[in-house]
Design a protein around this ligand. Structure first.
Ligand SMILES: [Zn+2]
Length: 274
């Protein structure tokens, strides 16, 4: 499916519970000239097969660069087999280089610089925006010409995402708001077109700030364990399968508040600093 003049998406329903709405890999550029591939999917045969099928449909364009958003297996797992078909330079966050060098030729993997422009066919360029938080080595990409943001797992199309470091995650979201965009092309879930695409990053920021207020309210009631705070903040009928994720989310909020010096932490217990 074509998203905008130079953006094509390969969508697959991978059936993973963590990301409802399937997953996406993107080809960016001009199929008659050259294109960039963003992410290589999981190691699953079916996923790699779909990607190669779509590549054929595009007329097997020259791939000028393979860009990776981050180190999770559902983004880099297919790399070695994809690389056999599209032997292009592999570009990623500096912290991901060593891992990828075990999957393809060592010389093929080159670290991105923050804000670096990666050019391709059709005279377009993708800008690498370092956006840690979901993972330390996460990079988003910006196609300024068409106001499109490729957000990897920083922003998803159909749900909120998991976060390892909420402090840096919030900074990353703020960074994304500085790049005028109308369309969000996420790693998972549907592509979010205008007008909602322009609002989504802001919505993510507000959603997290609201959750932080709820965690602070629970703390001010004297609740001090992750379990108690989660029970207070989330609905009582939260399905058991989602409770662990909810607790992890509360834990990341507490870690952020500790880092900001707003909480005292004693082993397994948190209370508001007076
Ligand atoms: Zn993912």
């Amino acid at each position: 499916m074509q998203v905008s003049p130079h953006v094509y998406v390969m969508h697959i329903d991978d059936g993973a519970a963590f990301h409802p709405g399937g997953s996406n890999n993107y080809f960016v550029g001009d199929p008659r000239e050259a294109m960039v591939l963003i992410d290589t999917g999981d190691q699953h045969r079916e996923w790699t097969h779909s990607l190669l099928q779509y590549y054929k449909q595009l007329g097997q364009p020259r791939i000028s660069t393979i860009l990776l958003t981050h180190s999770h297996h559902d983004h880099i797992g297919g790399l070695d087999r994809i690389y056999e078909v599209m032997p292009a330079p592999v570009r990623c966050h500096p912290k991901l280089v060593a891992k990828l060098q075990t999957m393809v030729e060592t010389d093929a993997v080159v670290a991105l610089q923050p804000d670096e422009l990666v050019t391709t066919g059709g005279g377009v360029a993708l800008q690498a925006l370092f956006t840690p938080g979901h993972e330390v080595d996460h990079v988003s990409y910006y196609l300024g010409e068409e106001h499109v943001l490729f957000t990897g797992d920083c922003i998803l199309g159909g749900s909120s995402t998991t976060v390892r470091d909420l402090g840096s995650y919030m900074q990353s979201l703020t960074l994304l708001t500085q790049y005028p965009h109308e369309t969000i092309c996420p790693g998972h879930g549907p592509v979010v077109p205008p007008p909602r695409g322009a609002e989504l990053v802001r919505w993510y920021i507000e959603h997290r700030l609201e959750r932080e207020q709820q965690v602070l309210a629970a703390l001010s009631k004297g609740l001090g364990t992750i379990e108690d705070i989660t029970r207070d903040v989330y609905p009582a009928d939260l399905p058991a399968g989602l409770r662990r994720g909810a607790e992890q989310n509360v834990a990341t909020h507490l870690e952020k508040l500790v880092q900001e010096g707003r909480l005292d932490e004693t082993p397994a217990r948190y209370r508001l600093r007076t």
